[in-house]
Design a binder for this molecule. Structure first.
Ligand code: CS2
Length: 491
């Protein structure tokens, strides 16, 4: 089967949307670090809409900071790939042309720094996941002990981390008398722009005070709230699309029709007119980001751990169980819901219902295992901040504790059938050891895990209501299983 590329593009069925601009003339203006499925279905999708309607020099240089997989997928396709939008009864295909080419950082770090230092590049954006910021989530400080940061401080000409790349490129721009780019984080972190700014400043200060000052004076770090559910693409998805298109697309991404992007309008040197294609450019993102992280991601993680332990592979399957739906409704109405304030004109009740419908979308095969990854990096902003506010306020913490207990059950590394769980988390070993040290006693397990300050801070171990409620859930999980426990309480 022929691959999708600039030549074969003409053979596609007429209901597939194609780039409406001359790709040959497209010049890069954006470098994106971490060109995974999420970027391709979200920021690149918005940029494509701008290019289709208004043109401009906003081509994307996609970069992988680890593997060469995405380049292997996109290079033979001249950077083209399909976004498939799936609802339960519809499927829409669009070929995206915004990605000019893909670079693989580790192969030639200096080459990537050089591209980032090119005056034509106005924006360096990134999706490098929570752990990619190499910061300590409890304090927001750059973790100077992180091996990648250590490496980059000693080898700025060949960095490994996103922060190292940014500082190396900004240093090169300063030395060459080139304006700064905008550094834009698109990860699911509260105040993601501020987190990035702090990490970059702390790193740059180690390089030279002059560089740190130049960055403070010239570089901007807008905060963003990004939202679109994008499950990892499977071989089955590729087979399906191949039949549909009559061409092979190794880079296809599947996603839902819903998409949202809220961006703090703070750019150093221009930006695509994203506001004309559906993004919201605002002065302050915080209120949107709190709603999204607490209502969407908080519920997602709770469903992922409890759902995985209950034997469900996909979120839509968990959402077919009335007791789990009831649990999410209560979480939305009370625990997380009570801690968020909606902006004017924003119908938060509709938003919550729409969220639950999005989770129900059977056409998306979103694995509970995928969402369960990196819990140690996600829980603080998804559940623990809400928990802290509830402990100071109304004290509605039941389902938050259930979520934490399900996470502890999950990171113990053994499922309810006694099979091993493949826990993917930078703290996996520490978590496993904490669980094992409790020798099967749920109360001791909760104490050992909640005692990990990197995740829970120094404060939460002292909150007896939290520790006791979490322990009760964990005891019930071991005694009756997760599915029976959730059914008993919410059925
Ligand atoms: C999910 C998110 O994998 C996860 O942790 O909760 O990726 C979620 O799908 C997105 O934030 C939706 O915008």
């Amino acid at each position: 089967m022929n691959r999708l590329n600039s030549e074969t593009l003409k053979q596609l069925p007429s209901d597939v949307t194609l780039p409406a601009y001359d790709r040959g003339q497209l010049k890069p203006g954006i470098v994106h670090l971490g060109i995974g499925a999420f970027h391709r279905a979200h920021q690149a999708f918005y940029t494509e809409a701008v290019l289709n309607e208004f043109g401009g020099d906003w081509g994307i240089v996609g970069c992988s900071l680890r593997s060469a997989n995405v380049r292997a997928q996109l290079e033979p396709q001249d950077g083209l790939y399909t976004v498939v939008e799936r609802s339960s009864n519809d499927e829409k295909c669009q070929v995206i042309g915004a990605v000019k080419f893909v670079m693989v950082g580790p192969e030639d770090p200096a080459a990537l720094v050089k591209v980032m230092a090119d005056p034509a590049i106005k924006i360096v954006s990134m999706t490098v996941t929570e752990k990619g910021y190499c910061h300590d989530p409890a304090t927001g400080n750059l973790n100077m002990e992180n091996p990648d940061i250590q490496h980059d401080l000693n080898n700025l000409d060949a960095p490994r981390s996103a922060v190292g790349y940014l500082v190396a490129a900004l240093n090169a721009r300063r030395q060459a008398g080139v304006n700064s780019f905008t550094a834009m984080s698109c990860d699911n972190l509260p105040d993601n722009g501020k987190v990035l700014e702090k990490a970059v400043h702390q790193f740059a200060a180690q390089v030279s005070p002059e560089l740190a000052q130049w960055i403070a004076d010239n570089t901007t770090f807008p905060c963003t709230m990004i939202d679109r559910i994008v499950p990892a693409t499977t071989d089955e998805d590729r087979e399906h699309l191949e039949k549909r298109l009559g061409l092979r697309d190794e880079g296809v991404v599947l996603t839902e029709p819903f998409t949202q992007w809220v961006i703090e309008d703070k750019f150093a040197d221009g930006r695509p007119a994203w506001e004309k294609v559906g993004a919201q450019l605002v002065d302050d993102v915080e209120i949107f980001e709190k709603i999204k992280l607490r209502l969407l991601n908080g519920a997602h993680s709770t469903l992922a751990y409890s759902g995985y332990m209950a034997g469900f592979d996909y979120v839509s399957e968990v959402m077919a169980e009335p007791a789990f739906v009831k649990m999410v409704e209560t979480f939305h109405a009370r625990e997380a819901g009570e801690t968020v304030t909606a902006p004017e004109g924003f119908d938060v009740e509709f938003y919550k219902e729409q969220l639950r419908d999005r989770f129900r979308n059977k056409a998306l095969k979103h694995r509970t295992w995928q969402i369960a990854m990196d819990g140690s990096q996600k829980l603080p902003q998804r559940l623990l901040q809400t928990l802290r506010e509830q402990l100071k306020g109304q004290g509605h913490i039941d389902i938050i504790c259930l979520g934490v207990a399900a996470w502890i059950r999950y990171v113990s590394g053994v499922d309810e059938k006694g099979e091993p769980i493949e826990v993917s988390d930078p703290l996996a070993d520490t978590l496993r050891q904490a669980c094992d040290s409790a020798k099967g006693d749920p109360a001791a397990m909760v104490k050992a895990v909640v005692g990990i300050k990197d995740v829970f801070g120094p404060d939460l171990i002292k909150e007896t209501a939290f520790v006791d409620t979490t322990t009760r859930w964990l005891e019930a999980f071991y005694q009756d299983g997760v599915r029976a426990t959730v059914r008993k309480h919410f059925g």
